[in-house]
Design a protein around this ligand. Structure first.
Ligand code: 3PG
Length: 305
C-alpha cells in the first residue's frame, strides 16, 4: 500500500524517520508531499495513495475525488475540521485523528503566550504574575487537562467548563467545575479556549461572553480562529481597553486586531503542535493506525462514523 504524508506545514525530520520505519516495517511504501504551495500538487500526489497522513491540510470533496485508491485519512493531531467528513463517508474513506498525541505541546504554548501577555509583551514595563490568578479552561479534553496540570505548577486557581464532560470528572482532576460557559468567564481572570471548531462553537466566543471577564481579563486561543466572533471581539476590545487577546492562530482580521498595541499578539503560523515531540507522537500514532487498519481493519479512532 502507498502511504502519503501530505503536509503544508512539515513534521520534524525525526518524526518522518519514525513514520517511515513504521510504514516500511509493515510492508508499505511511504511518499512525501511536504511544504506544498498549490492545491494542484496535492490533487496530483493523492492520485495513487491508499492512505493519507495530514495535519491542518484541507481534504475536501475535490481531493477525495482525485484520490481514487484512498481508503483512510489520518489527521495527525486533534482537530479534524479541515476534513470534509460527509464527503469522506460518501467516498467510503475512513477518517481518523490521533487524540492526545500533541496535547502537551499545545498546553505548554498556552503558558508561553500567557507569560508574554502578563509581562506586557516584554516591553520593559512592570507586569503581573500568574501565581494566584484564576484560570478558566473552556473544554476539558486532552489539551484542557494538560493546561490544568501545568497551571497548578504556576500556582493558579483552576476552573473548567465542558458541556460534554461530567462535573465529577473535572473535580476528580482537582479543578473547580462550573455550570456554564458564562459562569467560567465571570469567575476567571484568564480564559483559555480548547473547544473544537464545529457548527455549534463557530463564532460562539462573542461580545457578551468575553465581556464577562473581570477587569484586566485575558483571552488565550490555541484552538481555532473560527470559534471567535471577530467583529464582536474587535468591538469589545475597542471599548474595554483593559482586555488582552493572545492567540496561536492569526485571526482573519489580524490587521484590525494589531491596532490594539500591547493588548494583542498572534503567532505568525499555528505553532501549538510544532514540536519534535508532538510531531513524533502524532506522526507515529498516525502510521500505526494506518498499519492497524490495513492489517486488521481496526477503526478505533474513526471520526466519520
Ligand atoms: C490539532 O488540532 O491537532 C492542532 O491544532 C495542531 O494542528 P497542526 O498539526 O496543523 O499543527
Amino acid at each position: 500500500m502507498k502511504v502519503l504524508v501530505a503536509t503544508e506545514k512539515p513534521f520534524a525530520k525525526v518524526a518522518i524517520d519514525g513514520i517511515r520505519s513504521e510504514v516500511e516495517a509493515a510492508g508499505h511504501q511511504l511518499a512525501l508531499l511536504e511544504k506544498y504551495t498549490e492545491k494542484a500538487q496535492l490533487l496530483d500526489a493523492v492520485k495513487n495513495a491508499d492512505a493519507l497522513i495530514i495535519r491542518s491540510d484541507k481534504i475536501d470533496a475535490e481531493v477525495l475525488d482525485a484520490a481514487k485508491q484512498l481508503q483512510i485519512v489520518v489527521r495527525a493531531g486533534a482537530g479534524y475540521d479541515n476534513v470534509d467528513l460527509a464527503a469522506a463517508t460518501a467516498h467510503k474513506v475512513v477518517v481518523e485523528n490521533t487524540p492526545g498525541q500533541n496535547a502537551n505541546a499545545v498546553a505548554e504554548l498556552v503558558f508561553g503566550l500567557l507569560v508574554f501577555a502578563v509581562r506586557n509583551f516584554y516591553n520593559g514595563k512592570s507586569g503581573t504574575e500568574l501565581l494566584g490568578k484564576k484560570l478558566g479552561i473552556l473544554a476539558f479534553g486532552n489539551v484542557g487537562r494538560n493546561v490544568a496540570r501545568i497551571a497548578k505548577g504556576f500556582g493558579m486557581d483552576v476552573y473548567a467548563f465542558d458541556a460534554y464532560c461530567p462535573k465529577e470528572a473535572i473535580e476528580a482532576a482537582g479543578v473547580h467545575a462550573v455550570d456554564s460557559q458564562d459562569a467560567l468567564f465571570e469567575v476567571s481572570d484568564i480564559v483559555s479556549l480548547h473547544i473544537p471548531a464545529t457548527a455549534e462553537t463557530k463564532e460562539s466566543i462573542n461580545y457578551a461572553l468575553v465581556n464577562k471577564l473581570p477587569k484586566g481579563g485575558i483571552l488565550v486561543n490555541t484552538a481555532r480562529k473560527e470559534v471567535i466572533n471577530e467583529p464582536e471581539l474587535l468591538k469589545l476590545m475597542a471599548e474595554r481597553t483593559d482586555l488582552k487577546y493572545v492567540a496561536d492562530i492569526k485571526p482573519d482580521a489580524d490587521a484590525e486586531f494589531a491596532q490594539f498595541e500591547g493588548r494583542y499578539f498572534a503567532t505568525p503560523k499555528k505553532m501549538g503542535a510544532q514540536t519534535t515531540e508532538a510531531n513524533t507522537n502524532a506522526g507515529i500514532a498516525a502510521a500505526k493506525q494506518i498499519n492497524a487498519y490495513f492489517a486488521e481493519g481496526c477503526t478505533k479512532f474513526q471520526v466519520n462514523k
